[in-house]
Design a protein around this ligand. Structure first.
Ligand code: PHE
Length: 436
């Protein structure tokens, strides 16, 4: 067997994991789900989930991946050969990768279209209403969305076929900071628009009367989706992390960066939503109908609009690569396929599902909901239970301290994994079903 590929620097692993976490989830999904779920109250619950459940689950995935040095399916087999039940996590992870990437690639295709529209100046001569119509017409069409989705999947497959270090690490290291910079500029522009205040209070002033079982449920799903946890993407990357890296720092830095970008995306979008009279709950088109209006008001708007959509596309690509990597590492390790063959087969199957998402809008939204709101949190329960109870404190601590220094808060972490996270997630599920 060829020697296992690995990330070559500390910044490399953070950039790769942040590249997975930061994507359409932050800039496309977070704002529209927040918009549909009442604003500030959603944000508050979301933040609590990120730090109390998200960081511990991400850390568990890194531990499971690095300790086992295997794909997500193999990891549970190696770490606990007798606990066969947990192989389910691997199966669910591969399934989630298929479902998520199939609708994700469609939205990523939208970013290709918007990059081309921005380049051709076709966004700049439109009123807010015309921009809404433009989005509806395009996303409801068949051929263009389909072609762009395929282009995106081909690129994803090429990068994954190239391997982890050469393919994944190289680009994310440079591009993520540039994305942050552009979003920061957009924020400044958006909050200085006339009528922006309403957007800021919508985002930051929690209206507690808006909290329902559904809002809590959506916030949990969004937290998992945004951090890329619950399906083994971070575990797979963890298997490429060298022993000398500090996993706790990695998990905290990545979660922090992910949350920062989501909140900044909110600050870039909601003031503009209110300033241009767009409804916060218009759904998946929100970012595509809002931001072009902001660009149209900016000096250098043409340049910024092109740069923004290109970067959004790249952010999507670094996330999709981590999803396909889950499938490819599974195919190549368990089914003994070559990396290239696995990337080709995985991407081809996902492209077929992606085409179904383009043709049947209800499949698109079902995949979106089932994967993030159900599969990922369920995977999260199993991963926490596995790390807390099956691996146990001693092994978790050993792996967290493998870089040679002692790590604090391990006791607290293990309590969260054993008790708090599984109970909290189960409670949110049952509450949503109306059982408690
Ligand atoms: N976290 C990614 C995003 O925010 C999506 C993703 C989910 C990636 C699950 C990998 C695994 O866009």
């Amino acid at each position: 067997m060829e020697s296992r590929d690995s990330f070559s620097s500390k910044f490399g692993i953070i950039a790769a994991a942040a590249g997975s976490a930061i994507g359409l989830g932050n800039i496309w999904r977070f704002p529209y789900v927040l918009g549909e779920n009442g604003g500030g109250a959603f944000l508050l619950i979301y933040l609590v989930f990120i730090f109390l459940i998200g960081v511990p689950v991400m850390l568990s995935e890194l531990v499971i991946g690095r300790k086992s040095q295997r794909s997500v399916f193999g990891a549970f087999k190696v770490l606990a050969p007798d606990a066969k039940f947990f192989r389910l996590v691997g199966v669910m992870g591969v399934l989630a990768a298929f479902l998520i990437l199939s609708f994700y690639s469609v939205v990523a295709g939208w970013t290709v279209n918007y990059t081309l529209l921005a380049l051709g100046g076709q966004l700049s001569d439109k009123s807010p209403d015309q921009l809404s119509v433009l989005f509806e017409d395009f996303s409801g069409a068949v051929w263009r969305p389909m072609v762009y989705m395929i282009v995106f999947m081909v690129l994803t497959a090429l990068i994954v076929a190239g391997g982890v270090k050469k393919g994944i690490e190289k680009y994310t290291k440079i591009l993520m900071p540039v994305l942050l910079f552009i979003i920061a500029i957009l924020c400044v522009k958006s909050i200085t628009l006339k009528g922006a205040g309403g957007g800021l209070s919508f985002l930051f002033k929690p209206d507690f009367s808006k909290i329902t079982a559904d809002v809590v449920f959506e916030a949990l799903g969004q937290a998992f989706f945004s951090l890329s946890i619950g399906m083994g993407a971070i575990a797979t990357y963890g298997s490429y992390v060298r022993k000398k890296e500090n996993l706790l720092n990695t998990a905290i830095s990545v979660s922090f960066a992910d949350t920062l970008i989501a909140v900044l995306a909110g600050v870039a979008i909601f003031p503009a939503v209110f300033a241009f009279g767009i409804k916060p709950d218009v759904g998946p088109g929100l970012v595509f109908v809002t931001l072009p209006n902001v660009f149209n008001q900016m000096v250098g708007g043409y340049f910024f609009s092109v740069a923004f959509f290109v970067l959004l596309f790249i952010a999507a690509l670094t996330s999709s690569v981590s999803m396909l990597e889950v499938v490819v590492s599974y195919f190549s390790e368990e089914l003994k396929m070559s990396r290239r063959g696995a990337a080709l087969l995985g991407a081809a199957l996902i492209t077929v599902l992606g085409a179904v998402c383009v043709l049947v809008p209800s499949v698109f939204s079902q995949f979106n909901t089932i994967s993030s709101d159900y599969l990922l949190p369920l995977g999260g329960v199993l991963i926490s239970v596995f790390a807390g109870w099956v691996l146990g404190r001693k092994k978790v601590q050993e792996e967290l301290e493998a870089h040679g220094k002692s790590v604090r808060f391990v006791g607290l972490l293990v309590i969260i994994l054993k008790v708090f996270a599984p109970i909290a997630i189960t409670f949110v599920f049952l509450n949503n079903l109306g059982i408690i």
